[in-house]
Design a protein around this ligand. Structure first.
Ligand code: NAP
Length: 684
């Protein structure tokens, strides 16, 4: 019996219902499984995610969620070969699948590591506090807490694994569950990955559900605590974005849609330069990898007028080397599209484009294949077109032919090239191949308004460059206008899309209690035991050590000048002070800080392992010989660390507020320093 594509809803695998659709192997045309469009209780799924998944995830700290992602990434890596086997059936080569499968798992790893930029708490304290009063008794801060709903991700067919993992990595780290709706045609691969994720038992119940049917009605029950993301065609995106429920409930909707990405050959990058070769290689790669079914693929190659022929010849030569066919056959570099329906759509789009911009490489009806039959699989040859009049023939900038298709466009000046990139009305990415920093700067700033990402490609970075087509987990992925106006990933930025930001106001003591970070002016808790005698767990936020005092002398200045070699005039030459801010020889700022350390450090061997550095430091008032300074050392923040191995010492980083004040009580220097402190419990 033919397998049925399954949904994972409310803890159960279920095939859905309604008329069946055949899902075919993109290469051989063989039946893989049957999909059923409907029968899903979306309201029930949303409630289940909110009541189970959300409740569990929001209680976990960022560190716990991050470790969960890492464990999941390791678990899926062990099973990746099973995914590759299925991925071939989408028409993808091993290299294409690497981007989808290992790129997706890589995203899990990247977001797992990102936990280090978050506290060991379920919520996040953002940026610095804001002073709201003269006396310092009223301040503000920003907090982010996980939203109480579900992330609904509706994905395109081209990246069945990465498309899901790049999104859930982010919402899971933020503390929100997800319902994933992949495109039906390649959902069999997404289903296989979800099956493994569920089998792993690593995610809390309700953290992930899967819809493999059409998803019609999936937005009928979303609320303002949910987040919807969409990747796909602009047409579907616009239709979903105007769903009344999204408008009524003010539901955040992130869209990644069509994008007419461009690559520009700098005027300096003439044949014979490494940048010319890099440009050709990048265009070839973007046309052939994933058979051009990439949202970031280069659709428009902008070339200085006089170099059009050179580019045409060089690109043709490169493309001719590409072996097309069954991804499992030896030597094949380009596979097929995901299905014959997509193939027909692509042919129609190219035929439309070709009315204005003739095909100069490739043939819509002829393709030489290795190990495959063009009548059965969704194969097409790479197609290159030429647009001789790009300001008049505007289809090039409007029609996204989602396959191995690109158009060469001549330009006269860099201004014109920038203008042409903007005619895409907003794109995910643009590249420029140039070794000229002035060209790179002018292009990047000029084109920035219309792009989500700009890559400057030259010989210096080529070897390590991740390329035009690869969105990076720590950089934003998205683009304005036609590209959807959305923003995904981007490291910490992406996590915040799934959290509610709230401004909190109150006294420093209250804000300290809420944020778990000592705020200047908050009540300090003086203790009898020196904090350097205490282990990580024993230290309390706001705990303060008040030191003895020291009266600064001229000898201190002279000695410090000799030790440090800093003979700056204001410290050593009393005759040079006219017209300066100083009334006498001023003490070195770094002396104040060093002396402060000498005063607050407890020198005996103890739980403090090392000085980890300085996060911030300000000298707020000049100190002159004869003034007396003292220090208040306050525990500001504690960040636990994970053991790297069994033998590692269990420890954490402690941030200390160092307040150096003078005999009037006024602060003369304020710094945040960090120490590494041993934990009492060496098993944690
Ligand atoms: P699509 O036809 O727009 O479909 C996108 C997703 O929407 C699919 O999962 C589809 O499910 C779902 N969908 C359609 N109607 C729906 C409804 N009424 N309710 C809920 N879900 C619905 O796009 P595609 O053909 O899969 O992908 C190709 C397009 O995606 C290209 O145009 C490409 O530019 C774009 N794309 C953009 C990016 C980007 O980041 N900007 C990335 C990848 C792809 P079904 O498959 O079940 O219809």
């Amino acid at each position: 019996m033919t397998a049925k594509l399954q949904n994972f809803a409310m803890g159960q695998w279920t095939p859905g219902s309604g008329p069946e659709t055949e899902i075919l192997d993109a290469v051989t045309g063989e039946l893989i499984c049957l999909a059923h469009p409907g029968g899903m209780d979306f309201e029930g799924m949303m409630q289940y995610a909110r009541s189970k998944g959300n409740k569990a995830l929001r209680k976990m700290t960022f560190q716990e969620r991050g470790r969960m992602l890492k464990a999941l990434a390791l678990y899926l890596t062990e099973r990746k070969e099973d995914f590759y086997k299925l991925s071939y059936r989408t028409g993808a080569t091993r290299a294409d699948s690497w981007v989808d499968i290992e790129g997706g798992i890589g995203n899990l790893f990247a977001y797992a590591s990102l936990r280090r930029q978050f506290p060991d708490k379920p919520y996040y304290v953002e940026d610095e506090p804001v002073g709201l009063s003269k006396g310092g008794t009223f301040i503000g801060h920003h907090l982010l807490v996980p939203k109480e709903g579900v992330a609904v991700h509706i994905n395109a067919y081209n990246f069945p694994v990465w498309g899901m993992l790049e999104k859930i990595a982010v919402n899971l780290l933020a503390g929100m569950p997800a319902i994933v709706k992949p495109a039906t045609i390649t959902a069999f691969l997404t289903e296989a990955v979800v099956r493994e994720i569920i089998n792993s038992g690593l995610l809390p119940e309700g953290a992930l559900q899967l819809v493999t049917g059409t998803g019609e009605g999936i937005l009928d029950h979303v609320t303002y605590q949910d987040v919807v993301t969409f990747t796909g065609s602009a047409k579907t995106g616009r239709m979903l974005k105007s769903h009344p429920r999204l408008i009524e409930e003010a539901v955040p909707f992130t869209m990644e849609a069509d994008s007419l990405n461009s690559a520009v050959l700098g005027e300096d990058a003439v044949p014979g330069t490494p940048e010319f070769d890099l440009f050709i290689k990048e265009i070839r790669k973007e046309i052939t990898s994933k058979a051009g079914q990439k949202c970031t693929a280069i659709r428009r190659a902008l070339v200085p007028e006089k170099l059009v022929e050179d580019v045409q010849i060089a690109l043709g030569r490169e493309l001719a080397k590409t072996t097309i066919g069954n991804p499992l056959a030896e030597g094949v570099r380009m596979g097929s599209l995901v299905g014959r329906e997509q193939l027909q759509k692509l042919k129609d789009q190219v035929a439309q484009l070709a009315r204005q911009t003739p095909i100069i490489y490739g043939d819509l009806d002829k393709v030489e294949l290795v190990g495959a039959d063009a009548q059965k699989g969704a194969f097409i040859s790479p197609i290159v077109m030429l647009n001789q009049d790009p300001f008049r023939y505007t289809d090039t900038h409007e029609v996204e032919a989602f396959g191995p298709v690109a158009t060469i466009i001549p330009y006269k000046t860099l201004d014109e090239a920038i203008e042409l990139t903007k005619m895409g009305k907003g794109s995910l990415v643009s590249s420029i191949a140039t070794a000229d920093a002035a060209i790179a700067q002018e292009f990047a700033i000029g084109a920035a308004t219309h792009h989500g990402r700009i890559l400057v490609l030259n010989n210096d970075c080529a070897r390590e460059s991740t390329g035009h087509g690869s969105p990076m987990p720590m950089l934003i992925h998205g683009g304005p206008g036609r590209a959807g106006g959305g923003e995904e990933m981007g490291g910490v930025r992406g996590v915040k899309h799934f959290m509610q930001r709230v401004a909190i106001q109150g006294s420093p003591t209250m804000i300290t209690a809420i944020t778990g970070v000592y705020q200047q002016g908050a009540k300090q808790i003086e203790k009898d035991v020196h904090p350097f005698r205490k282990h990580f767990e024993e230290l309390e936020i706001s705990e303060t050590w008040v030191t003895h005092k020291h009266t600064v002398t001229e000898a201190d200045i002279a000695n410090f000048a000799n030790v440090s070699g800093d003979h700056f005039y204001a410290h050593v030459d009393a005759t040079s002070l006219e017209g300066t801010l100083f009334t006498g020889r001023v003490v070195h700022g770094y002396y104040i800080l060093s002396k402060a350390a000498g005063m607050f450090v407890d020198p005996k061997k103890g739980p403090v392992l090392l000085n980890y550095g300085l996060e911030s430091c300000r000298f707020t008032k000049p100190v002159y010989p004869g003034m007396t300074i003292g220090v208040k050392l306050t525990v500001k923040e504690k960040i636990g660390q994970e053991k790297r191995s069994e033998e590692d010492i269990a420890k954490g980083i402690v941030k200390w507020l160092v307040d150096v004040y003078d005999e009037t009580g006024e602060t003369v220097a304020i710094a945040t320093i960090m120490t590494m402190v041993k934990k009492l419990n060496q098993d944690s």
